[in-house]
Design a protein around this ligand. Structure first.
Ligand SMILES: [Zn+2]
Length: 286
């Protein structure tokens, strides 16, 4: 069943990193966020029970590290019940082929993201001209060709439940990508936001390197629908999350989270939407 899986033709290691790379944070007893270079993966499940899922699959060439981190936390030889994706951008599926081959587990994603996970449709090219400093400029080297997971990827249940994650529901949060989803647990208002919003300033390479914190909209160079992105942030803010794990930047909780989200919702156009770029107002620089 794994022979058919392959990465896109432009798949490659991306030489970008941050001071947080290689660091894991236990956000809650059953939520562990771990940074691969500049992106976070998240293990959900209590280590005592040895039953867990992996949310997102890191950067290209990070499979060995992810397997090691999983075994350190859940025991040697342990494997997740599934890999569940917020979306299919290269930095969230970078190690997925090796991980699926190693663990032999299913992958779940929103139905609207499946064309980008089954080799059918490429993401739009990253926009290196977008306002956003060095990281945006670097984005020209980012892969945008789709991974092909073949029959190994399944759609998330349409009733909103999340396989193997009792108490969580998935929420469609498009904008950054068409089928982007976030995961929310009502009992303690824990949120796994993916890239619907992030907690790092991306306007300079230095701020990414040092992971300077600021709740902001999705990464600019790959976001194509800013109105949808805005609605998605509003929807998540209305849930009043108590703690959030994000795709980029440190986990964030309490007043810092609620104040940051309120500020972002109130001033999304100025804070999040770039002043210029090819996916702004559907046109070129303005
Ligand atoms: Zn993304």
């Amino acid at each position: 069943m794994d022979k058919e899986m392959s990465y896109g033709s432009d798949y490659k290691f991306i030489p970008a990193t941050s001071i947080a790379s290689g660091i894991g944070i236990e956000v809650l007893p059953d939520i562990y966020s771990y940074t691969i270079q500049i992106v976070n993966i998240c293990f959900v499940g209590n280590p005592d029970r040895n039953e867990y899922v992996l949310v997102d699959a890191g950067m290209p060439e990070s499979a060995e590290e992810i397997i090691r981190v999983a075994e350190e936390r859940f025991g040697s030889g342990s494997r997740p019940k599934a890999i569940i994706l917020t979306h299919g951008h290269f930095d969230h599926v970078g190690a997925i082929v090796e991980l699926v081959n190693h663990w032999q587990v299913p992958v779940f994603a929103n139905e609207m993201e499946l064309p980008f996970l089954t080799g059918l449709q490429s993401y739009p090219e990253p926009d290196p001209t977008v306002e956003g400093g060095m990281v945006a400029k670097m984005s020209q080297m980012f892969p945008n060709e789709p991974v092909n997971l073949g029959s190994q990827v399944e759609k998330l249940p349409s009733d909103g439940t999340v396989p193997f994650l009792d108490g969580f529901r998935w929420i469609h949060t498009p904008g950054h990508s068409p089928g982007h989803v976030s995961f929310f647990r009502d009992s303690d208002r824990a949120l796994i936001a993916g890239d619907a919003f992030i907690n790092v300033k991306q306007d300079s390479l230095y701020k990414v390197l040092t992971q300077e914190q600021e709740i902001n909209g999705p990464p600019r160079y790959l976001t194509t629908d800013w109105q949808a992105a805005k609605s998605s942030v509003q929807r998540l803010a209305e849930l009043n999350p108590s703690v959030a794990v994000v795709g980029h930047g440190a986990p964030v909780a309490g007043d810092t989270l609620s104040n940051g989200l309120r500020r972002l919702v109130n001033d999304f156009d100025r804070l999040a939407i770039p002043d210029y770029g090819k996916y702004v107002d559907g046109g070129g620089p303005h």
